[in-house]
Unconditional design. Structure first.
Length: 69
């Protein structure tokens, strides 16, 4: 996979964004089955760089730098 697209895992996790050489890399959004989301930079499938996470269960959120998840 290379370019933009959507990937859905069997457990319900969804990624919409950029892919490079079959890796989630670049800008994208991860959406968990419980409705929690992360939008920002992804590097080799991990939250890495600038991003924003919203927890749908308790309403907490974090906006800032991430390092390897």
């Amino acid at each position: 996979m290379h370019g933009k697209g959507t990937y859905l895992w069997k457990n319900g996790l969804k990624y919409q964004g950029q892919f490079s050489n079959n890796h989630l890399t670049g800008q994208g959004t991860l959406t968990w089955p419980n409705g929690s989301t992360y939008t920002g930079t992804v590097n080799s499938g991990k939250r890495h760089g600038w991003g924003e996470y919203h927890n749908s269960i308790d309403g907490s959120s974090y906006r800032g730098s991430w390092k390897e998840g």
